[in-house]
Design a protein around this ligand. Structure first.
Ligand SMILES: Cc1cc2nc3c(=O)[nH]c(=O)nc-3n(C[C@H](O)[C@H](O)[C@H](O)COP(=O)(O)OP(=O)(O)OC[C@H]3O[C@@H](n4cnc5c(N)ncnc54)[C@H](O)[C@@H]3O)c2cc1C
Length: 410
């Protein structure tokens, strides 16, 4: 089958890789692969520490995808000949004041009720685990199964693996779909002409909701959610695991990379397609990260960036067949696209094999016990109008979403 993937972020590239491995002839079209939200992302694979009171379906998707990550990372590194800095050393969520501690305790109760593997630590135990933590930390919860990866390395490795498998990457913008008799037969790139396809996968991240030439009733209700993020140059071992906590009412996190880089994240702003990095956003990131780990002020700033998360009204991704024959969607992953890429890619690759007349399967193929991806993420759930929904960040619900400092706050 000829498959065209529109968008080369972690989601589109993962889909392309899995589809090529199943023997399809794949073309990726993207003016700048790997440059979207995937370039900004921290790369936490943290469904347990990000669990929220209202988003259990998302937790189930996250756990299923997390279970795939070790094999996904190992196979990708082998095929690409590049390491993706996959680490599975857990997340330590810490609290300072009595109120924080009580809220974290309630969250731990909820996690235990869901049978999630978490461990409660005293302040002293937290500091023993992470000596760079602030002395005022009163306690914490360790989610030992959480992991993380470097999304920039993942994109680079996916591009190398695609090249090794003969996948064509066209550096152009898609400006429309080629449609015949109501079915999609290819895409129209900006440079002109048509790239023919039996199936088209729309994986254009935050731009998926506004792609030109796609009928409005088929476009997913995806909106851009801006996130500012900062990278500092540290020494390997500065932190041993991801550290997070609620500071000044918003959730802050630090992610250590293997080369010593420390990622500080992230703002959440409803600012349309604005990707300016602002003084207020960076100030807030530094202020909050310093409360958690005071030593970060000694580190050199390596990179500052803003990315656009593909948000949906119900915070769930949009994956599977659309109402238009031949068009599949793999988008709307909001704050968890890196985490959810392996599951998304496996599901979409399996869907490509099915005839358009087959019913949507209830269960994605792969590991036993997977959640019903086709049902939870169905593109058809928005047919009756756009839903209203909560907007949460990597911080998760139950903890306040980080908003940028004034005047960006909405
Ligand atoms: C600050 C920040 C921190 C984050 N942290 C995490 C995290 O810790 N863990 C996690 O799992 N997720 C995290 N995320 C979310 C994650 O980055 C996204 O969910 C994920 O990157 C979405 O991937 P994507 O491939 O759908 O989109 P993108 O990576 O945005 O890729 C979309 C691609 O589509 C291309 N495109 C757009 N329009 C067209 C067109 N017309 N034709 C062709 N191509 C087009 C773009 O050039 C782009 O390359 C974070 C996001 C941000 C912003």
């Amino acid at each position: 089958m000829n498959v065209v993937v529109v968008g080369g972020g972690v989601v589109g590239l993962s889909v392309a890789w899995r589809a090529a491995r199943r023997g399809h002839t794949v073309t990726v079209v993207d003016p700048a692969p790997g440059s979207g939200a995937s370039h900004a992302a921290a790369g936490m694979l943290a469904p347990v520490s990000e669990v929220t009171y209202t988003e259990e379906p998302l937790l189930r998707l996250g756990l299923a995808s997390l279970a795939r990550w070790p094999a996904f990372a190992a196979e990708l590194s082998r095929e690409a000949g590049q390491d993706v800095d996959y680490r599975a050393h857990g997340t330590l969520d810490v609290a300072f004041g009595a109120d924080d501690l009580a809220a974290l305790g309630e969250m731990a109760d909820f996690m235990e009720k869901l049978a999630l593997p978490v461990e409660r630590l005293t302040g002293r135990e937290c500091r023993r685990a992470e000596p760079m933590l602030a002395p005022s930390v009163r306690g914490g919860v360790l989610a030992a199964g959480d992991a993380w990866v470097d999304p920039r390395r993942v994109s680079a490795a996916l591009l190398a693996a695609l090249e090794a498998r003969g996948v064509t990457v066209v550096a152009d913008r898609v400006t429309g779909l080629a449609v015949e008799g109501g079915a999609v037969r290819g895409v129209r790139p900006a440079r002109g002409g048509t790239i023919g396809a039996d199936r088209v996968v729309l994986a254009a991240g935050a731009w998926s909701g506004s792609l030109e030439g796609v009928p409005p009733e088929v476009l997913p209700p995806v909106r851009p959610v801006k996130g500012q993020i900062m990278r500092l140059r540290g020494a390997p071992g500065f932190l041993g695991r991801c550290v997070r906590g609620v500071v000044h009412g918003s959730s802050a996190y630090l992610v250590p990379r293997g080369d010593g880089e420390i990622v500080l994240g992230a703002t959440q702003e409803e600012m349309g397609f604005d990707t300016r990095v602002t003084a207020g956003g960076l100030w807030e990131l530094l202020r909050d990260a310093r409360e958690l780990v005071p030593g970060i002020t000694e580190l050199e700033v390596a990179d500052v960036r803003a990315g656009l998360r593909p948000g949906t009204p119900d915070n769930l991704p949009v994956i599977g067949r659309s109402a238009m024959e031949g068009l599949l969607l793999a988008t709307g992953h909001h704050r968890g696209g890196v985490l959810l890429s392996p599951l998304t890619a496996d599901f979409v690759a399996a869907e490509l094999d099915r005839s358009p007349a087959d019913p949507v399967p209830d269960h994605s193929p792969g590991l036993p016990g997977d959640p019903p991806v086709g049902e939870i993420c169905s593109p058809l759930r928005f047919r009756h109008g756009r839903q209203a929904g909560a907007h949460m960040d990597e911080g998760g619900a139950g903890r306040p979403a980080r908003q940028a400092a004034a005047p960006e706050t909405r």
